[in-house]
Design a protein around this ligand. Structure first.
Ligand SMILES: O=C(O)[C@H](O)[C@@H](O)[C@H](O)[C@H](O)COP(=O)(O)O
Length: 242
């Protein structure tokens, strides 16, 4: 199993293969230890990279998987920019992940009520007051955001909510719910997938930058867990150690 740290691979296909191997290993470990594997997944390009790989893996104990969204847009579940749709369409019916084991938000609610409703869904699966995910799978936007936690946003300081509403997302659509750092940083394993030249400057900022004004992605520091960054050569191109 990959040691935690920064993994630079040639392209999205190689990242997908390495990511799939790590997640499969984490699932096997969690299912062996606790009989369940919990993962929070992100939208954007991570969806395609992860699902393309995992759709080929029928034997990762899917019946013990419980899949939540690390963040989600407040849009109909059949709308193309719904993160849940991306994962459900790719996995349910392709691999033995049951539809009842991947959890959408309720987009018919207000953004505040949707966040509260999703918090209750978490509490139905996790026994701890603060959910401890086995894996949180994250992307990083060009501005250094992760999940729906954006630079300069007050949610970066959220210490109480597990799932927070946001109605002024600078990345459209504006209304979303997001796991907070309170949950992200309790995970046993946080995994970033980040590709493309457009991310290179902030990948350097996050991995080698100063701590005075950290970007949201730099604030993902599992308290008692592993942190992995999967980068392609383009996203890693400004790192000094390359
Ligand atoms: O719902 C979302 O928008 C995502 O969860 C978001 O956090 C995404 O991971 C980043 O914006 C990176 O997206 P890309 O990898 O597509 O640049």
């Amino acid at each position: 199993m990959a040691e935690e740290g920064v993994h630079v691979l040639a392209d999205q296909a190689e990242i997908g293969a390495a990511l799939g191997a790590l997640v499969a290993a984490k699932a096997q470990e969690a299912i062996g230890d606790r009989g369940v594997f919990t993962i929070a997944v992100s939208g954007g390009s991570t969806t395609k990279i992860f699902c393309h790989e995992m759709a080929k893996r029928a034997d990762v104990g899917w019946d013990k998987w419980r899949v939540f969204m690390a963040d989600e847009r407040l849009v109909p579940l059949d709308q193309e920019d719904c993160n849940y749709k991306g994962y459900k369409d790719a996995l349910v019916g392709t691999v033995p992940l049951a539809a009842e084991h991947i959890y959408p938000i309720n987009p018919s609610l207000s953004v505040e009520a949707a966040a509260e409703d999703y918090t209750q869904k978490l509490k139905q699966v996790f026994s701890e007051d603060t959910p401890v995910f086995d894996v949180v799978l994250l992307g990083m936007g060009p501005d250094g955001h992760t999940a729906s936690l954006f630079p300069g946003h007050k949610l970066l300081q959220e210490k109480t909510l597990l799932v927070a509403p946001i109605s002024d997302s600078p990345k459209p659509p504006p209304n979303r719910v997001t796991l907070t750092f309170k949950v992200l940083n309790r995970a046993h394993c946080a995994i970033f997938v980040c590709t493309g030249e457009g991310k290179a400057a902030n990948v350097k900022n996050v991995l080698e930058g100063n701590e005075e004004n950290p970007l949201p992605a730099a604030l993902v520091q599992p308290l008692d867990g592993e942190l992995h960054w999967y980068l392609d050569t383009a996203a890693a191109s400004q790192l000094s150690a390359q």
